[in-house]
Design a protein around this ligand. Structure first.
Ligand code: AMP
Length: 120
């Protein structure tokens, strides 16, 4: 899938739409989800134009990958959810219901998050 430069996270990264920023470095922006599903629900987003984890894992630089993982740890510590526990999740493609076609990792915490997936 080609990258859509008008997706909502691209617009946030360009400063065209506001966000509730919690962390930023050279390669990463992290901000609060607009529709939180847990007391802590943060989106950790690479600044580069990657559609999904599939795209990012194939094409991002080592520095971008390292920054993303370090940002996840930093945000979790800053939010105070390490001791209680937290979850990261990256919806990738249609079966996972990925809504925004710019790679992002959700970080959830602040309550018991239940089982990994609903049983069907
Ligand atoms: P996904 O289904 O993994 O693509 O999740 C997209 C997430 O982006 C959802 O949890 C939305 O609530 C969130 N979202 C959409 N627009 C915004 C926005 N303008 N600011 C913050 N979060 C957003």
């Amino acid at each position: 899938m080609a990258y859509d430069r008008n997706n909502v996270f691209a617009r946030i990264l360009r400063g065209e739409i506001p966000c509730n920023k919690v962390y930023e470095d050279t390669h990463v922006l992290a901000f609060r989800d607009i529709n939180p599903q847990a007391p802590t629900h943060i989106l950790v987003v690479p600044k580069g134009e990657y559609v999904s984890l599939d795209d990012f894992s194939a094409n991002a630089s080592d520095a971008e990958m390292a920054s993303l993982v370090r940002a996840l740890g930093h945000v979790a510590r800053a939010e105070g959810v390490v001791e209680s526990g937290y979850r990261i999740l990256a919806n990738t493609g249609a079966a996972a219901h990925q809504e925004v076609p710019h790679f992002h990792i959700h970080l959830f915490g602040g309550r018991d998050l239940g089982g990994m997936l609903p049983r069907r």
